[in-house]
Design a protein around this ligand. Structure first.
Ligand code: SF4
Length: 765
């Protein structure tokens, strides 16, 4: 591995073995990437607090940040592989574990080919340097189209709308929080989540600053902590954000408020959007969305009048049946109000590893549905099949049924919809390999568990999240503790080699070396690169001081916008310079406009009426027409379930940390007092919640935080299943909300799950 932590940035008090050492690093637990200051003595963590010298987070952390110590010391955390035997689990050596994978894999590939294999990626991979860089070789080695990930649980609508509108599915629109005057936020709760597809540490501080200098409106069926702190909260019927956004667009056209500004020559499809949104006036959608026409028109006028405004939508608006339409309509609003790619509006990635050389707009665009799931028939999106179809791709008999599955840092038995069905499906596999530090609800079914090192035993660089930052910021985090255990880079590389059919004792560094050669080749061939046309051997020689991930970080920094270009810009950035001169991170300033250069659609314009969206309008209109109104002209009385993010947890983990789960029960069903009274529910009593696919019994919390007709359950809980080895979490197991989410209810365009607005029946238990 790369340079040890204590050599790189730590301040050593003495040379003694028990010296008190201060380490600086990023917190890898959520998208905020807060700077941490970690004090250690020998192999003990003495203290973790926010790093006041981190120029991006400035000392901010949430309650989870300091629990890296508890996670590192957790006795339930696996430190060696497990193999399933007829007698139960066997603790194994790494050689034994890979030999077992080889033994089980061979007959599957021989009998059914590689299409009988599949991969499932969880979002911890994006919080983990080794996972970010080395899952790709595993997927390539698997070589099947059965690729699934958490992206189709919570974020694919954003990829699809970005891909269709500017040709770059991974280039997310980022609200320029620090410079905007007006923020309209739908279905997001960053006071609790700390940001989603948006990396900006201290979200509460940044949002309060907006409220002080301007306006900050939250649209959400629940009065979340974020909504409580907003200028205004509008309660919206779950699943109707897309209709309400259409009404805002309609109002802009209707009242002559469209003003695209600088990008006008680079935007196409304006007339089509006018036509598409024509049926959805503020007056027509009002009853179905639960927001009056006057309010909708006022918000549209405020957006248009604000000097600098941004519209941002996330989970609540996207994890619904028309999530992609909601994501698209959000950015159409940003375009039509002249706020796309403008300071204080919506801006784009200016990460230090980006190549920002001027270029010509245009590219290959974005294509959906290049293949379909064998059993589900659902189209691929970004090379993946919908997570909701995983179970049927395993259990539907026939050639191509998945027999061997590699689950990399994911817990689909808790995180994917209709999870009981997945629970059963995984038990039919001939090979299930899980990379996870815990025996989770998913890992308990594995044939082999490969545990990665703890977060404090590995180095870190946020390649994934630097692209979502609202400043151009680079930070390298050396490992706090050294370890003899294999790194995640080595585990995944070795796994890739075994899947390829190579001998289990093959040196995994061959995978890394191949990746480096490909990276350097691609960069040398890029006309705008500072190393265009240079000699590959010379570049590789210049990187020889580093190994594995550190070699990739150094390379990408050096060819990035501030890099030394391998001599082209001698004062430029290198990994060594970042470590020596910026241990708490290097801030290169706010985002800068990137369009039209960065547009990669076929037309070279921002296409605000892409054909797949236009085509989906028929289904959209039919759904709108079918939404039932009661005699008073109000939306249906069918109760609907929404999800709830909690500050002290991250999806289906962090529940094994005692200080995060102690106190009153967090896994409750929130019910409005009117509904509780009608249903005979009592505060603290139990309710049975039943959806089309499942049923749970859960404690009731009566609160007017939720609007009438809406019940709310957090996700990620459910630790009472036999075989889960998370003993602290088991003391407060909670219920798994994905027993209720429906694997048949998807956003057709993105294949994303529906996690919000699920019809349920609730009765007293
Ligand atoms: S907000 Fe996220 S990154 Fe910051 S300390 Fe908390 S968990 Fe870590």
């Amino acid at each position: 591995m790369g340079t040890p932590a204590t050599e790189a940035t730590a301040t050593e008090a003495t040379d003694a073995i028990d010296a008190i050492v201060t380490h600086h690093r990023s917190c890898p637990l959520c998208e905020a990437c807060c700077g941490l200051e970690i004090t250690t003595k020998g192999d003990q963590v003495l203290r973790i607090r926010g790093d006041m010298n981190d120029p991006y987070s400035k000392g901010f952390i949430c309650p989870k940040g300091s629990t890296l110590k508890q996670l590192h010391e957790d006795p339930d955390r696996l430190t060696s592989p497990r193999i399933r035997t007829a007698e139960g689990w066997k603790q194994a050596t790494w050689d034994e574990a890979f030999a077992e994978i080889e033994r089980r894999l061979g007959p599957i590939v021989e009998a059914h080919g590689r299409q009988a294999l599949g991969t499932v990626l969880g979002n911890p991979n994006t919080h983990n340097l080794g996972g970010q860089l080395y899952v790709r070789p595993v997927m390539t080695a698997v070589g099947s189209t059965n690729a699934f990930s958490a992206s189709t649980v919570d974020q694919m609508p954003k990829h699809v709308s970005a891909g269709l509108m500017w040709g770059r599915p991974d280039m997310f629109p980022l609200p320029d929080l620090d410079r905007t005057d007006y923020l309209l936020m739908l279905g997001a709760n960053p006071y609790v989540s700390n940001g989603s597809l948006l990396t900006a540490p201290d979200m509460p501080g940044r949002l309060e600053a907006i409220r002080e200098r301007g306006t900050f409106v939250v649209v959400d069926p629940r009065r979340t902590k974020t909504a409580e702190n907003a200028t205004e909260h509008l309660a919206i019927v779950p699943g109707t954000d897309s209709f309400w956004l259409m009404a805002l667009i309609n109002t802009l056209f209707d009242e002559g408020l469209v003003d695209i500004g600088r990008l006008e020559p680079h935007v196409s499809g304006v007339d089509e959007v006018r036509e598409m949104t024509a049926p959805y006036t503020a007056e027509v959608v009002a009853d179905r969305c639960g927001i009056s026409a006057e309010t909708t028109r006022r918000i549209a006028r405020e957006l248009a009048a604000a000097p600098r405004a941004a519209v941002y939508a996330r989970m609540g608006a996207h994890t619904v049946e028309f999530g992609t339409i909601a994501s698209w309509a959000t950015d159409v609003l940003n375009v039509l109000t002249g706020n796309l790619d403008e300071p204080g509006g919506i801006m784009f990635n200016c990460a230090p590893t980006q190549n920002m050389a001027p270029s010509t707009p245009g590219g290959r665009g974005f294509t959906l549905g290049r293949w379909a799931g064998r059993a589900s028939g659902r189209p691929e999106v970004k090379g993946e099949l919908p997570a909701a179809t995983l179970a049927e791709e395993i259990t539907t008999p026939g050639e191509g049924a998945i027999k061997g599955l590699f689950v990399l840092a994911c817990n689909p038995v808790r995180s994917f919809p209709n999870s009981d069905r997945i629970d059963e499906a995984l038990q039919q596999l001939d090979l299930l390999v899980v990379v996870d530090p815990y025996v989770t609800a998913t890992a308990r079914h594995a044939h082999v568990i490969l545990p990665p090192t703890s977060a404090l035993e590995r180095s870190h660089y946020d390649f994934a999240f630097e692209a979502n930052m609202i400043r151009s910021f680079a930070k390298y985090s050396p490992a706090v503790f050294e370890t003899d255990a294999p790194s995640e880079e080595q585990i995944l590389s070795r796994l890739a080699l075994v899947i390829q059919g190579k001998p289990v004792d093959t040196d995994p560094v061959v995978v890394h070396n191949q990746m480096m050669e490909q990276l350097v080749d691609a960069e040398i061939g890029r006309g705008s690169s500072p190393i265009h046309g240079r000699d590959k051997a010379e570049i590789l020689e210049a990187l020889a001081a580093w190994e594995w991930s550190e070699q990739i970080i150094d390379f990408r920094l050096r060819v990035g916008q501030y890099g030394d270009g391998f001599g082209a810009n001698p004062d430029g950035l290198t990994l060594r310079k970042l470590i020596d001169e910026h241990p708490s991170g290097a801030d290169f300033g706010p985002l800068v406009p990137r369009f039209p250069d960065a547009i990669r659609t076929v037309s070279g314009t921002v296409e605000i009426a892409p054909q797949p969206i236009v085509d989906d309008m028929v289904r959209f209109a039919a759904h709108f027409g079918a939404m039932r109104l009661n005699e008073d002209g109000q939306a249906s009385e069918q109760l609907v379930l929404i999800g709830r993010r909690q500050l002290k947890t991250v999806n289906s983990w962090m529940h094994n940390v005692n200080i995060l789960i102690k106190g009153k029960t967090d896994c409750t069903l929130q019910v409005h007092p009117d509904d509780a009274s009608r249903l005979g529910l009592t505060n603290g009593g139990s309710a049975t919640v039943q959806s089309r696919v499942g049923k749970v019994v859960v404690p009731v919390e009566i609160t007017d935080e939720v609007m009438p007709g809406v019940v709310c359950l957090p996700h990620g809980w459910g630790y009472d299943a036999e075989g889960i080895e998370m003993h602290t979490a088991k003391t407060k197991p909670g219920v798994n909300s994905n027993v209720l989410t429906d694997d048949a209810a998807l956003d057709d365009l993105s294949g994303n799950c529906t996690l919000n607005g699920i019809p349920v029946e609730v009765t007293a238990a």
